[in-house]
Ligand binder design. Structure first.
Ligand code: XMP
Ligand code: MG
Length: 178
């Protein structure tokens, strides 16, 4: 796997230190609020697993699976729900846990949907942010790292479903795409 990497952008140590830091901030923010952390599958899974272990408060978790309609040329914001929550969010403090915000389409859609479902609050924590990819004006409330305008893999992010298990984040060698 490491042999497939052109470069490593964020090391395992850097990720773990950042997750600890975010866990402490979020514990303070959500203390006494019994938040519902919603992991967006599949990419948000490693971050969710690590983050909740750094949060020393009462909280619940649930997962959603979504996919964007069509391809990049289709205007973003159209999202298909593949798996919805098992939890009623009315009156709940919802925190989305994401791998990356690129166009912003996925989270803009989910945020609106959860306001409609009468969540008490809807916020976003993402381990990665790619601000250069933004098509919809949406900001995460907490960001781990900004990444450049490159396709990145690892720590949940895939290339054709592989590389999600890497503990670091990097860019693949060009020959991998051939
Ligand atoms: P939005 O709606 O913000 O969606 O464009 C973010 C989703 O797009 C995928 N994505 C990536 N996946 N490497 C990946 O493996 C990347 O560099 C990348 N950029 C965007 C990802 O599925 C994310 O949830
Ligand atoms: Mg994804």
């Amino acid at each position: 796997m490491k042999k497939d990497m052109e470069k490593i952008l964020i090391t395992e140590e850097e990720i773990q230190a950042k997750v600890k830091e975010l866990g402490a901030i979020l514990s303070k923010e959500y203390e006494g609020k019994n938040p519902l952390l919603v992991g967006v599958l599949k990419g948000g899974l490693p971050f969710m697993a690590d983050l909740i272990k750094e949060m020393d408060i009462y909280l619940e978790i649930d997962f959603m699976d979504v996919s964007s309609y069509g391809n990049e040329t289709v205007s973003s914001g159209e999202v298909k729900i593949l798996k919805d929550l098992d939890t009623n969010v009315e009156g709940r403090h919802v925190l989305f846990v994401e791998d990356i915000i690129d166009t912003g389409g996925t989270l803009a859609y989910l945020k609106d949907m959860f306001k409609y479902r009468k969540a008490a609050s809807v916020k976003i924590v993402t381990i990665l942010d790619k601000p250069s990819g933004r098509k919809i004006d949406i900001q995460a409330d907490w960001v781990g790292f900004e990444v450049p305008h490159e396709f990145v893999v690892g720590y949940g992010l895939d290339y054709i479903e592989n590389y999600r298990n890497l503990p670091y984040i990097g860019v693949l060698k060009p020959e991998i795409y051939q």
